[in-house]
Design a protein around this ligand. Structure first.
Ligand code: SAM
Length: 303
């Protein structure tokens, strides 16, 4: 595969580099905003699962680099992975399902609250759909739990979900805290992917609710809420967002005559696949060293 093949195949990947975004995901948040105006009146925001940082870039551009220049906007970004610094963004490296990380985030909001929490968290997908959907749901619930500690009443929570079998249970859990929950599918998110985003508006926890870091939300018994009928059945509107005549993320578009190759805006600084890339460069990937072979195999090699 040549240097330009991803540019040819994926228009949003190419545009992200042209516009200086660290990842094509930036367009997903921008397209969600086109539809829901999530940045209106926002001063403080949290970006959960933020690396390599394109959503934090969007937050900085929307909240800090406005004409009236609002340098006081607080943006806290968290990820398991190290993320290259971004001016104006407080960074925390940690696991959002861990109490210690949640506490660090909350510390930054002592005395004030966030108006917006976004979470683009995705586990390392295994390809086993049930497991991937389950881990994704746990990530979303961890994000929701942190949100109940830091979000202002009336605030907005946006999070990635996988539209799997038990999705109605998640919707119901979100509806406990937000009267308005919509599922958004930005045009830059591939149709072939079960990824979508819940946009939860007007944060209104049940009266008397006390945020609790032992995460009671995770202790739910799973059952098939799809069986429910009448008013108990939660129907969440599903909405495509972004300009529908915009590029289709499942299509390839020819490179124009002015095309110039651009390297990614920000290379990953310490990616988990670094070692594999080095081994591949030495053409050693999937070639076991002779001393790791079984006796039988090494005998075969000698023959
Ligand atoms: N929104 C990001 C952007 O625009 O650059 C892209 C996020 S990427 C799709 C998903 C991220 O979720 C990965 O960087 C991964 O490290 C992070 N992640 C997955 N599980 C996590 C966890 N338990 N705690 C914190 N981050 C996590």
């Amino acid at each position: 595969m040549g240097k330009t093949s991803k540019d040819k195949r994926d228009v949003y990947y190419r545009l992200a580099k042209e516009e200086g975004w660290r990842a094509r995901s930036a367009f997903k948040l921008l397209q969600i905003d086109d539809e829901f105006h999530i940045f209106e009146g926002v001063k403080n925001a949290v970006d959960l699962c933020a690396a390599p940082g394109s959503w934090s870039q969007v937050l900085t551009r929307k909240l800090r680099n406005k004409d009236d220049d609002s340098p006081t906007a607080k943006i806290v970004a968290v990820d398991l992975q190290a993320m290259a610094p971004l001016p104006g963004v407080i960074q925390i490296q940690g696991d959002i399902t861990q109490l210690s990380t949640a506490e660090k985030i909350i510390q930054h909001f002592e005395g004030e609250k966030a108006d917006l929490v976004v979470c683009d968290g995705a586990p390392d997908v295994t390809g086993l759909h049930d497991i991937d959907e389950y881990v994704q749901a746990q990530l979303l619930l961890a994000a929701l739990n942190i949100t109940t500690h830091v979000l202002k009443e009336g605030g907005v929570f946006v999070a990635k979900i996988f539209r799997g079998r038990d999705i109605t249970l998640l919707y119901s859990q979100l509806r406990i805290f937000f009267p308005k929950v919509t599922v958004a599918k930005p045009t830059s998110s591939r149709n072939s992917s079960i990824e979508a985003f819940v946009v939860c508006q007007n944060y209104a926890p049940p009266s008397g609710y006390i945020p609790n870091m032992s995460n009671p939300l995770l202790d739910h018994q799973y059952c098939d809420w799809n069986e429910w009928e009448g008013p108990n059945r939660v129907i969440v509107p599903f909405l495509a967002c972004g300009d529908l005549s915009a590029y289709d993320s499942d299509m390839s578009y020819p490179l124009d005559t002015e095309y110039k190759f651009r390297p990614p805006t920000q290379m990953p600084i310490n990616p988990p696949y670094h070692e594999a890339v080095c081994i591949k460069k030495q053409d050693q990937l999937a070639k076991p060293a002779v001393d790791q072979l079984t006796k039988f195999e090494s005998l075969e090699l000698k023959e």
